[in-house]
Write a protein that binds this ligand. Structure first.
Ligand code: MG
Length: 183
């Protein structure tokens, strides 16, 4: 299957808490499935990792991380049955192009790629992304994410979620306060 048409930015958009690109037209008759990137679609590489000096260092390294093929296959399967795929990440908005490049290299379909402006922690910012997707599509199906705070944010927006426990030690060490984002 040629995924290329889904990975060429058509239109940039920005809100207070997010910014991103529309890669194919949003369709009010379509269900959208939402995938986080880091530790959800990406897998930590095998073997020794360098000492991570900060989030930017991690994101730099993640350009070369492999895909978690089980999760990537799920996105491909849902897309091939007709659902839209949105990528929702707390990565900073400046990392849009490299995120699209990584998705393309790994043949992961994407109709929208949404990143954070960094004004709020991800548990809040992702709620704003889910609200945007609720406006764009018929229904937001499921959020796939490794952050328990993003899972809680999805619950507060009435969105089902699948929690991947790939990164629990990190989240235990970096708790976030989650409250319901109202419109
Ligand atoms: Mg993640």
């Amino acid at each position: 299957m040629n995924m290329q048409p889904y990975l060429t930015p058509m239109r940039r958009f920005a809100g207070e808490l997010f910014a991103g690109a529309q890669l194919s037209p949003a369709n009010k008759n379509q269900v959208v499935q939402v995938f986080d990137v880091d530790s959800t679609l990406t897998a930590d590489p095998y073997g020794p990792m360098p000492v991570i000096t900060g989030k930017d260092h991690y994101f730099d390294l993640a350009r070369d991380f492999p895909a978690n093929e089980a999760v990537a296959d799920l996105a491909r399967m849902l897309h091939s049955k007709g659902d839209a795929i949105a990528i929702a990440t707390a990565r900073p908005a400046e990392r849009l192009q490299e995120t699209i490049d990584w998705l393309r290299r790994n043949n992961i379909p994407a109709d929208q790629v949404i990143l954070s402006t960094g004004k709020e922690p991800s548990g809040i910012a992702k709620q704003a992304m889910l609200q945007k997707l609720q406006d764009d599509y018929k229904l937001v199906g499921t959020l796939f994410d490794d952050s328990p705070f993003n899972i809680e944010g999805a619950r507060l927006q009435g969105v089902d979620a699948v929690h991947l426990r790939t990164n629990q030690d990190y989240w235990d060490a970096h708790p976030e306060k989650v409250y319901k984002l109202t419109r």
